[in-house]
Design a protein around this ligand. Structure first.
Ligand code: UDP
Length: 192
């Protein structure tokens, strides 16, 4: 996919529909993929933290998660097609996973919130295979990564907020050949 540079971040020129289709195809091929849905806060943070900027550069797809990014790209005469949020992409991929027997691992949020998220997802998608989950307040990241490996997921959704979730994914994505995506506060929303 072509990219569009907005304030140093190379955004993927992709629609919601194209991203979902691409991630589903990548998943069917068991490819290891890292998705960043970048909002203006992420872009500004990356400008001030070179280590974070390097992590973002490792993403396979960087989507514009904010109208500010869309407007910025327009002003630069290199428009991006539309806003692609982490939450919408998460919901679409969960529905796909439920319908296609794909394996999902959820990492992040407070333990009580995550339990509610898992319960709600089981109620909404009775066939969804949540093969593992872990709250986002852990000391031993390597142990969490080992759990992810053992669960053999197709999708790993990481809700540690930025910049933590991207640092975690960049460091540990090799532990499972899956679609990895940072989803911010999405589990809190799904918990109700
Ligand atoms: N979180 C976490 N571990 C941490 C810090 C945050 O699991 O060490 C979770 C937090 O409980 C919340 C999410 O990460 O579910 C952060 O949401 P927020 O809306 O602040 O993130 P953003 O969307 O701004 O990235």
């Amino acid at each position: 996919y072509p990219t569009v540079n907005v304030l140093g971040v190379n955004f993927t020129k992709i629609t919601n529909h194209a991203l979902r289709t691409q991630l589903i195809a990548d998943s069917q091929q068991h490819l290891n993929r890292f998705v960043v849905t970048a909002n203006p806060e992420i872009v500004l943070y990356a400008r001030h933290d070179p280590a974070y900027a390097r992590v973002i550069q490792q993403a396979d797809y960087i989507t514009a998660d904010g109208i500010g990014i869309i407007k910025g790209a327009q002003l630069l005469h290199t428009p991006l097609p539309e806003r692609v949020t982490g939450f919408d992409t998460l919901v679409a991929l969960l529905a796909f996973a439920a319908q296609n027997n794909k394996r999902v691992f959820l990492l992040g949020a407070k333990s009580a919130v995550l339990e509610l998220t898992v319960a709600h997802l089981h109620a909404q998608y009775p066939h969804l295979k949540i093969v593992g989950y872990h709250d986002g307040y852990f000391d031993d990241a390597a142990q969490v990564a080992a759990e992810i490996t053992a669960s053999a997921p197709d999708f790993v959704f990481v809700a540690l907020g930025f910049p933590k979730q991207e640092f975690f994914i960049a460091k540990y994505r090799s532990c499972a050949s899956a679609i990895w995506m940072g989803v911010g506060g999405s589990f809190d929303v799904l918990a109700g």
